[in-house]
Design a binder for this molecule. Structure first.
Ligand code: FMN
Length: 229
């Protein structure tokens, strides 16, 4: 069974040219048994329609923080907490900056600030935007707070430039999501951690020890013959 079966993904789609790739991502997530709920930023709606997202996710698409009818039905706090994982794809320079600054000025950023769930971002932007110290500082800040990232890739860009900034392909984003949910290799393993030197008793008074495992981490001189009982 897929690691994604039954998982609830909240997909935040921001306003980047790569937004069209999230349609393929939704399709693949659904194939693996995950449910997908979409939040679309105002800029994101210039690149992909709520209708396409609704058709593929088979769910409502959330766009407006102040849509009171929907707020009573599904508050923005609940929206962010109902998910097992929040995925931001494409993650624009703008949304990363707002996340880093803790700004909550639309539904997407309010949900991202309110969530207590892991967040995976797939950055997508022009290479200069990607390399800008502000973007790199924002990402560094977000990573120290636990943000997971996938990509960006290197290559030709829609703007005609070349470099890092292309959003990771849907297959790679899916693989990152699967890896997040995959059972950890050490799950269920019982480990005994010891420290200090190894001592093998010869009798109740004497023992043989080993300098290389005495915990000091430095090579010790060979024991003199006087040590040998
Ligand atoms: C044609 C076009 C393509 C754009 N592509 C990107 C992009 O790939 N990445 C990005 O960070 N911004 C891109 N932008 C700029 C964003 O749309 C803009 O910063 C917007 O405010 C992002 O808002 P959001 O993060 O709330 O969705 C693009 C703008 C236009 C007009």
């Amino acid at each position: 069974m897929s690691a994604l079966a039954g998982k609830r993904i909240l997909l935040v789609i921001a306003g980047g040219i790569a937004a069209y790739k999230c349609l393929e991502l939704i399709r693949r997530l659904r194939e693996q048994g995950a449910s997908v709920r979409c939040i679309l930023t105002a800029a994101g709606a210039a690149f992909v329609t709520p209708l396409s997202l609704e058709a593929l996710s088979e769910d409502k698409v959330y766009t407006d923080l102040f849509a009171l009818g929907r707020e009573s039905e599904m508050g923005h706090i609940q929206l962010s907490r109902d998910a097992d994982l929040v995925v931001v794809a494409p993650a624009t320079a703008n949304i990363l900056a707002r996340m880093a600054a803790g700004i909550a000025d639309d539904l997407a950023t309010t949900a991202l600030l309110a969530t207590d769930k892991p967040v995976l971002a797939a950055p997508a932007m022009n290479v200069r935007m990607w390399e800008h110290p502000a973007t790199q500082a924002n990402l560094a800040t977000l990573r120290t707070r636990g943000l997971l990232t996938v990509g960006p890739d290197q290559g030709d860009m829609a703007c005609g430039e070349w470099g890092y900034g292309r959003m990771a392909e849907p297959a790679a984003i899916l693989a990152a999501i699967e890896a997040h949910f995959a059972p950890r290799r050490l799950a269920g393993v019982r480990a005994l951690v010891t420290s200090g030197p190894t001592r093998e008793p010869i009798d109740p008074v004497r023992y043989i020890s080993n300098h290389s495992s005495d915990g000091r981490g430095t090579p010790s001189p060979l024991p003199s013959p006087a040590w040998v009982p």
